[in-house]
Ligand binder design. Structure first.
Ligand SMILES: NC(=O)c1ccc[n+]([C@@H]2O[C@H](COP(=O)([O-])OP(=O)(O)OC[C@H]3O[C@@H](n4cnc5c(N)ncnc54)[C@H](OP(=O)(O)O)[C@@H]3O)[C@@H](O)[C@H]2O)c1
Length: 465
């Protein structure tokens, strides 16, 4: 029997320690990319945390029994009856890595109702049904852990819940979708257009055949809703998260941004208006392409990598960087959650009892469990105060820049720079960067400019950090 060092939790002396081995049984729902990575770690505990040796895969649920697999598991572990797994009295922890909304949501709820702890990588289901799932989990006294749901292998959920919990969080800004970061990084490096790089990314397996969830920012919106909920202590209504994708970014915008000292990234942001804003003040939670100064810490995060910058009081800025997807990285996060649950169960079982409320509901570790009771108020995008980049195509005639400037001024939009970038076919291409302005005022100015007879096109509008 192994004994654990009380300071570092690592095993030492296999001599008689008096610690009883307990086996925790995992029901794995899904044996695709993440399920396979998870099974590989669970089946190869050597050199990893010693508690892994006490975790066993009890059943594995999948859709097709005869599909060729990257991992060979005993046939009697595999089943297409996923309900039988979540209701199996022997299963302690249900690991949901099947994805999708249904039947994933119902299976997680069934597992919770059966008193099982749940580990999930499913941001889509948590962002939509987190309220229902966590309410059920709290009532049943079980954990639902989701480290893998945001930024794959990067530890950010538990750090927000535990390591940073002494901070008042001011803002979270992240590159949390690897596909769009890969596309924008390649457009930047090669000067290529979006459609061309997307097709290539699909051929290489970096983008799905249907890339909508990534390219339109929906996947990043799911993830920032989850992070905002943890950072700001309330639930987030997903439809209130403003979301704009990268489909309209052109090679020209990337080139102009570069000349002006910026890179374009799809940023997901959750922010309090001010550090001393009251706890119930509205939040900004949004996903959109953003011009980022080249000196910003997120500007050099390229390819499929993810990074999350967290600003808090008193820590200041802390950044998490790493692989945001893939079998191994995501499974690393899934198995860490399994170990967290197993460690708590082990302490409870070793002590011979688990702390419970008078009605028998087990008491949960408040740093691991969800304690949110209410919804955060989200400010409308029109209330955002930010800088903007606008690219206009106008008739090349005297006074046109002055006219644009006066129209912006009439709507309280002051300009940081106005640059005539090029000229083609009697047309002038003009790029404007504003100072910080209220989005509603900026939109009104653009609506007025759209009426100009000299205007040919507003080619693009992007926010600037
Ligand atoms: N892939 C990543 O890098 C990554 C990163 C972070 C988070 N995630 C999340 O992790 C989850 C799993 O992703 P994945 O990439 O591993 O998916 P995947 O490769 O498509 O695997 C899904 C697995 O679930 C099984 N499955 C799906 N629906 C089922 C159903 N109705 N009944 C029975 N079995 C079903 C599939 O069975 P068959 O094998 O028989 O088809 C497959 O084994 C998703 O929520 C995803 O968002 C993935």
């Amino acid at each position: 029997m192994r004994k654990f060092c009380p300071e570092c939790s690592q095993a030492f002396s296999p001599a008689d320690s008096g610690v009883k081995t307990v086996v925790f049984k995992v029901g794995l729902l899904g044996l695709g990319t993440v399920g396979t990575g998870t099974a590989e770690i669970l089946l190869n505990p050597a050199g990893r945390h010693p508690l892994l040796q006490e975790i066993k895969i009890h059943r594995v649920g999948l859709r097709q029994l005869d599909k060729p697999r990257q991992i060979q598991l005993p046939a009697d572990l595999l089943t297409t009856d996923l309900e039988a797994i979540v209701t199996d009295p022997e299963v302690d922890i249900v690991v949901e890595v099947m994805g999708g909304l249904e039947p994933a949501r119902s299976l997680m709820l069934q597992a919770i109702a059966q008193g099982k702890h749940v580990v999930t990588a499913n941001k889509a289901a948590i962002a939509r049904y987190g309220d229902e799932i966590f309410t059920a989990a709290n009532a049943a006294g079980v954990y639902v852990l989701l480290e893998a749901a945001v930024a794959g292998g990067i530890p950010v959920i538990e750090p927000l819940k535990q390591s940073l919990c002494a901070n008042r969080i001011q803002a979270i800004t992240g590159i949390i979708n690897g596909t769009t970061n890969y596309i924008l990084s390649r457009m930047q490096a090669e000067g290529s257009d979006f459609e061309q790089v997307l097709a290539d990314a699909q051929a290489l397996g970096y983008a799905e055949a249907d890339p909508t969830a990534d390219v339109d920012g929906l996947d990043a919106a799911d993830k920032i809703a989850i992070l905002a909920s943890l950072a700001f202590g309330g639930r987030i209504k997903l439809p209130e998260v403003y979301c704009e994708g990268i489909g309209k970014i052109s090679a020209a915008d990337i080139a102009y941004a570069e000349r002006l000292g910026f890179v374009i990234k799809l940023l997901a942001t959750a922010r309090r208006a001010a550090i001393d804003a009251p706890a119930d003040a509205p939040l900004q939670v949004r996903v959109h392409p953003t011009l980022l100064p080249k000196t910003h810490p997120l500007a050099s995060v390229n390819g499929v990598y993810n990074a999350i910058l967290i600003e808090g009081d008193p820590i200041g800025e802390v950044m998490f960087f790493g692989p945001g997807a893939g079998a191994g990285p995501t499974a690393s996060a899934v198995v860490a959650d399994i170990l967290n649950v197993a460690a708590i169960l082990k302490v409870g079982r070793a002590a011979g009892s688990t702390a419970a409320l008078p009605d028998g509901t087990p008491l949960l570790d408040p740093l691991l469990a969800c304690s949110h009771q209410s919804y955060c108020e989200i400010a409308p995008i029109e209330a955002l105060v930010t800088r903007f980049y606008v690219r206009f195509l106008v008739k090349d005639s005297p006074g046109v820049i002055g006219k644009l400037g006066s129209c912006f001024g009439e709507h309280q939009v002051s300009l940081e720079s106005v640059v005539q970038i090029g000229r083609r076919d009697q047309m002038a291409e003009i790029v404007v960067i504003t100072h910080d302005v209220r989005e509603a005022n900026f939109r009104q100015a653009l609506a007025a400019i759209e009426q100009f007879d000299l205007l040919r096109q507003i080619s693009s509008v992007l926010r600037v950090l």
